[in-house]
Ligand binder design. Structure first.
Ligand SMILES: Nc1ncnc2c1ncn2[C@@H]1O[C@H](COP(=O)(O)OP(=O)(O)OP(=O)(O)O)[C@@H](O)[C@H]1O
Length: 253
């Protein structure tokens, strides 16, 4: 079943009185439980696209439907995890950071139930021992884990991730990729994940999209042909890497 439907999406901005098109009539659908990774040259409009999906930006024209209904405003059904390590409330402990959005979004249950839910999700990201720590006492990778746990605890229909591992070292990135994939398998949450890293797009995506230079059009949108486990050193993986890399228009750089 199609979970998210984007139809003829156009986004224009204006700068110094001149309007310019960033997203040029994008149409695609994401099925329930898909893990869609999105690649595209810097500045092509990837963030703008997901900001429209999360209603942080208003499209200039076009439609976005979630489970057949037009999206309306920011809501817990479409949550965003950012690259920035500072997306947690610095004055709240780790567990308070997870509980607070549950309360804010009126997740049913008394404080004991919400605390149990927060603990369960912190356990899934291996942070039980740090539940009373403050964000500034955590590493970047740990903070990203809290942000992921906090979002998943709200059981969103779509989890949107804007280069969440882009600022991590290679080893931590690889660990978090594995953890996220296993959480995705467990909860079957629909995920839309922006990355600049072709290898990451192949490792994680059940589907991969490549956007063109701005104004962005869809250059490539296919099911990931590689079976699991995906090994970067195999010829099949390298061939897929080249297929995607060739689609990436890097002319400007
Ligand atoms: N609020 C805004 N007002 C005007 N222009 C904007 C605004 N937000 C983004 N843009 C422009 O829209 C274009 C696309 O930006 P966007 O951040 O979506 O690209 P991106 O593909 O996510 O880039 P990167 O990969 O470098 O993060 C850029 O030219 C940017 O300058």
């Amino acid at each position: 079943m199609s979970n998210l439907l984007v139809q003829d999406l156009v986004k224009q901005y204006s700068l110094e009185g001149k309007s310019f098109t960033v997203l040029d009539k994008l149409s695609f659908s994401v099925d329930s439980g898909d893990f869609l990774t999105i690649l595209g040259p810097s500045g092509c409009g990837k963030t703008t696209l997901i900001r429209c999906i999360c209603s942080i930006e208003e499209p200039t024209s076009g439609k976005i439907l979630l489970d057949g209904e037009p999206i309306s405003g920011i809501g817990p059904d479409r949550l965003m995890v950012f690259q920035d390590f500072n997306q947690l409330f610095p004055w709240k402990t780790v567990i308070e950071n997870v509980i607070y959005p549950l309360k804010l979004n009126k997740v049913s249950g008394d404080i004991k139930t919400l605390t149990q839910r927060a603990e369960e999700f912190l356990d899934l990201v291996h942070l039980s021992a740090f539940k009373h720590a403050y964000p500034n006492q955590l590493s970047g990778g740990m903070r990203q884990r809290v942000a992921i746990a906090r979002s998943l605890a709200l059981n969103p229909k779509v989890l949107v991730m804007d280069e969440p591992f882009g600022a991590l070292d290679a080893q931590t990135r690889s660990i978090l990729q594995k953890e996220l994939k296993s959480l995705w398998r467990k909860f079957q949450t629909t995920i839309i994940f922006i990355t600049h890293n072709v290898q990451e797009a192949i490792l994680l995506g059940s589907k991969v999209m490549v956007l063109s230079l701005s104004p962005a059009k869809i250059k490539y949108y296919e099911k990931n042909p590689l079976p699991e486990p995906r090994m970067p050193e195999t010829p099949e993986f390298m061939a897929q890497w080249h297929t995607l890399y060739d689609q990436l228009d890097t002319r400007r750089y």
